[in-house]
Design a protein around this ligand. Sequence first.
Ligand SMILES: Nc1nc2c(ncn2[C@@H]2O[C@H](COP(=O)(O)OP(=O)(O)OP(=O)(O)O)[C@@H](O)[C@H]2O)c(=O)[nH]1
Ligand SMILES: [Mg+2]
Length: 244
Amino acid sequence: MTSVVVVIPTYNEKENIVDLIPKVRSVLSDAGYENHVLIVDDSSPDGTGEAVHELSRTDSSIHLLTRSEKKGLGSAYLDGFKYALQSKPDILVQMDADFSHPPESLPTLIKAVHDEADVAIGSRYVEGGGTEGWSKYRQLVSSVANVLVHLILGLKTKDTTTGFRALRRSVADALQNYRLSSSGYDYQVETLYFYLKQGFKVREVPFTYRRRISGETKLSVGEIFHFTWTLLRLRLKGLRSSGP
Ligand SMILES: Nc1nc2c(ncn2[C@@H]2O[C@H](COP(=O)(O)OP(=O)(O)OP(=O)(O)O)[C@@H](O)[C@H]2O)c(=O)[nH]1
Ligand SMILES: [Mg+2]
């Protein structure tokens, strides 16, 4: 039986996470996967960690990794993968806690890795994908981010910023040995850049991104500037190491 660990970073997501975890577990069990859920919580003041701990008391497939303070989305994934790799799962999944990445789309995403891909990217910008309930501002931020990635790094992947991804274990292993320079939202692009440079087979799988159900966004203007700076840095590093 194929084993899957779903890694979900949280910061103040109590309301979402108590509904999301059982949903993820049931969707994956119904699809025939041995599955575990790992929450990486940065000591959320709203009690997210305590709520997850409570759920884990009755379900040994729910795990909680608590970090002492808010350290960023990217580093939460890295710490989560490191922890999850100890049990040697076949496939690792990363997804948000706020239902933007629909649990119902998990089997299609995972199947792409199960069948042939090294990395499956849940994509809003390939045929069949899309967004629901986004403001014009949020649409603009996402489009501009992708245009910048295409222009500056020359990547062909349509949705370079999505955080809904499934990875073969060997990819997560490779990531552990790579010195990642991003710790925030720029993690998505830096890792994609790394996967493509390593020659991993990356596939986009359409899904519909939904506006978060409850709670607040952690995407700040500061993160957006930092993201652009990361692209320029990666481009310069790429030029120095191997040419355009
Ligand atoms: N552990 C941890 N999780 C984080 C941190 N920043 C964001 N997250 C989580 O990462 C996921 C994505 O963050 P969101 O705020 O939803 O960002 P977004 O999806 O780009 O923005 P929205 O579209 O407004 O939801 C959520 O599950 C957050 O709780 C962090 O510093 N640490
Ligand atoms: Mg979100």
